[in-house]
Design a protein around this ligand. Sequence first.
Ligand code: MF3
Ligand code: CO
Ligand code: CO
Length: 253
Amino acid sequence: MTITIKTPAEIEKMRVAGRLAADVLDMISSHVQAGITTLELNDICHRYIVEEQQAIPAPLNYKGYPKSICTSINHVVCHGIPDDRKLKDGDILNIDVTVIKDGYHGDTSRMFTIGKISGVAQLVTRVAKESMELGINMVKPGVKLGDIGYAIQQYAEKHHLSVVREYCGHGIGTEFHEDPQVLHYGRAGTGIALEPGMTFTIEPMVNAGKRHVRLLNDGWTVVTRDRKLSAQWEHTVLVTTTGHEVLTLGVKQ
Ligand code: MF3
Ligand code: CO
Ligand code: CO
């Protein structure tokens, strides 16, 4: 396992990439409305990243992934592939954006809600966000990765929700997915200690029902086994000497 410690020059490039990824989510938010398809959202993001930002949408062709963003609706946990399904009232949607700029990656996702959503949809969306924030707020040198996973899991389970185990946060830099793996569950006091200059994502997937997931035949789309709702939020975070810096903060979130 090799965890890269970013130099000040690399950190500056990570800041740029992170800002661009957040800008894409800010840009797309006004388009997320009943009637639009996830493929249309993909195409708007693709053009914006390539033409306005002069950046690269990292998912496109990544291990054969066919589109530029991931769009995960309702019981889809992650890696939903944009298609011709129209958003409709009551849907909850995760849009996950990763851009490459000057060789460095920025990775972030948010939940969007369409029209009037159910109480359970509100709960899972809110607790997913708060569990991510709880994890981020713990980040500082010396804290162990297991402390973060433990805190996220405790928080979700306190609300009678569950945390997906098969997918996790990750180191990020010149590679989309670097070491370490950032689990969203675990035991306090275990795992590696954080050091200044590490960059990684925190991206908990929180389910309304049981934690178990299933991969669809397209090889990408991950759904809850019990078909209950799932929500996810993601930021890219830098460990600083005194704490942390969130590299993917937008203005609308
Ligand atoms: N952005 C996702 C993550 O947070 C990874 C998507 S991989 C893809 O790690 F190929 F589906 F795009
Ligand atoms: Co990620
Ligand atoms: Co992502």
